[in-house]
Design a protein around this ligand. Structure first.
Ligand SMILES: *Cc1c(COP(=O)(O)O)cnc(C)c1O
Length: 468
């Protein structure tokens, strides 16, 4: 081991382990076989063939003993479940928003809210700091045009600008001046998943709110990772250093009108979500849609026990000892990767480390999906599963030309409270080796893809370029 290896320290976990789930590392030959069977798309692998699974932080958290205990108190009544009232009360307390509707996961919240906001628009343009894949697909499928307006700081991979999740306010202003009649709402994704799990500053939220007010448009927030964003604000915003995370959460969300939440992220639960709004009329309208599409308004497609687990999870997620551990663990993986010579997006954001696949694999053109190739070869060489977020997910054909997204990223998302220091060391060493031996990595081509382009990275069948 090189000297200086241990300068960066893994945070001490603020919990101990009560239950274990065995994992197994297959041999390289077995992994090669599984990867072929999965058509070189890591979404198609069986989880039992994965050693360390950093595909997503969504629904993969380890629940606490209090969450497991609360499951037993789930009230499974169809209407008026007491588990629902506990969740509703908790959301009001933690987030400071009054009107809440349950849905089975985040994309159901997006579908119901966005479709309602888009009604009556012939050419709806939806500006965001950066759309995430599910929301983007839903807006496109509803005939809308999602527009990404991330801060220019987010384009510089190694800029240490503290709030790379921000929206480009002057770009928003000029878009609104030209197109305000076609804009049904403005969206802030908090943290900004697509540009690297980067936090959005409160100053930026305020500036976007001001523009929304000036044009009379609602401001929607996707708050999947509200607690991680609040913790990063506390760390990086000198004005808010002495505020509690709970107070920062309330301030941050006070500027929004409507909210979509996936409880699979900062709900510390394995399934669930909700729509929240400050506008009573919207609540009334959305209520009927939830009944029609998800279930009655006191369960929304979830079991009563899920409602309990989310209520408990929302209280645990704003615990500052937990958040410090969470954010420092993700940063620890980032620092190990830098040490291994892996080009990552800096500073490291809240839930994942993002690797710049164009820089890591300069020999692979974008038309051969370098981010997804890196994900496939990382699995092949180590059994570690990350996910590509690049041309396969986000390129679109516009006017006969392929328009590529800003970046090709390999995302290593860290499930909450699941992996330990040695797991992360294994990941960093493995990826370092794949990149050091980059000449072995081949680009990929598509063998089959679904007709809905927005979900093609989940489902596409691929193969390495010179494979038969
Ligand atoms: C995960 C996610 C969603 C969708 O939530 P699901 O619960 O997976 O349906 C929406 N927006 C962002 C930013 C996400 O990370």
């Amino acid at each position: 081991m090189e000297p200086g290896w241990l300068v960066i320290e893994h945070p001490v976990e603020p919990f101990k382990i009560k239950m274990v789930e065995p994992i197994r590392l297959l041999s390289r030959d077995e992994r090669a076989k599984r990867l072929d069977e999965a058509h070189w798309n890591v979404f198609r692998l069986k989880s039992r063939d994965v050693f360390i699974d950093l595909l997503t932080d969504s629904g993969t958290a380890a629940m606490s003993h209090s969450q497991w205990a609360s499951l037993m108190q789930g009230d499974e009544s169809y209407a008026g479940s007491s588990s629902w009232f506990r969740l509703e009360e908790t959301v009001r307390n933690v987030l400071g928003i009054d009107y809440i509707l349950p849905v089975h996961q985040g994309r159901a919240a997006e579908r119901i809210l966005y479709r309602w906001l888009l009604r009556g628009y012939r050419r709806a343009i939806v500006p965001a700091n950066s759309h995430f894949d599910t929301g983007k697909a839903i807006i496109e499928d509803s005939g809308g045009i999602p527009v990404d307006l991330p801060t220019p700081h987010s384009r510089d991979r190694s800029s240490r600008y503290p709030f790379k999740g921000d929206m480009d306010v002057s770009a928003l202003e000029s878009l609104m001046r030209r197109e305000h009649d076609n804009v049904p709402f403005i969206l802030l994704v908090i943290t900004n998943n697509t540009v690297g799990g980067q936090p959005v500053s409160i100053e930026n939220i305020k500036a976007v709110r001001e523009i929304a007010d000036r044009y009379g448009k609602p401001l929607v927030m996707d708050i999947c990772r509200f607690a991680e964003n609040a913790y990063l604000v506390k760390e990086r915003d000198p004005v808010r250093r002495s505020m509690s995370v709970r107070d920062i959460v309330r301030e941050m969300l006070s500027y929004g009108d409507h909210f979509v939440m996936s409880a699979k992220k900062d709900g510390l639960a394995n399934i669930g979500g909700f729509i929240a709004t400050r506008v009573y009329d919207a609540y009334e309208e959305l209520m009927a849609r939830v009944v029609m599409e998800e279930g009655f308004i006191t369960y929304g497609g979830m079991a009563g026990r899920d409602l309990e687990a989310i209520a408990q999870g929302l209280m645990e997620v704003v615990d500052e000892d937990y958040l410090r551990y969470r954010v420092e663990q993700v940063r620890y993986l980032g620092e190990l990767l830098v040490h291994e010579g892996v080009p990552i997006i800096e500073p490291v954001g809240g839930h994942a480390v993002y690797v710049d696949a164009l820089e890591a694999l300069p020999h692979i053109p974008r038309s051969n999906y370098p981010a997804d190739a890196l994900a496939a070869y990382l699995y092949l060489e180590s059994g570690v599963r990350g996910v590509g977020l690049g041309a396969l997910a986000f390129s679109r054909v516009i006017g006969g030309r392929v328009v590529y997204p800003e970046r090709e990223l390999l995302r290593l998302a860290i499930p909450r409270r699941v992996y330990t220091e040695s797991h992360l060391k294994y990941v960093a060493k493995s990826l370092g080796k794949v990149i050091a031996e980059r000449h072995k990595v081949k680009g990929l081509e598509i063998v089959w893809e679904p007709r809905i382009k927005g979900v093609r990275h989940f489902l596409a069948k691929l193969k390495p370029i010179d494979a038969p």
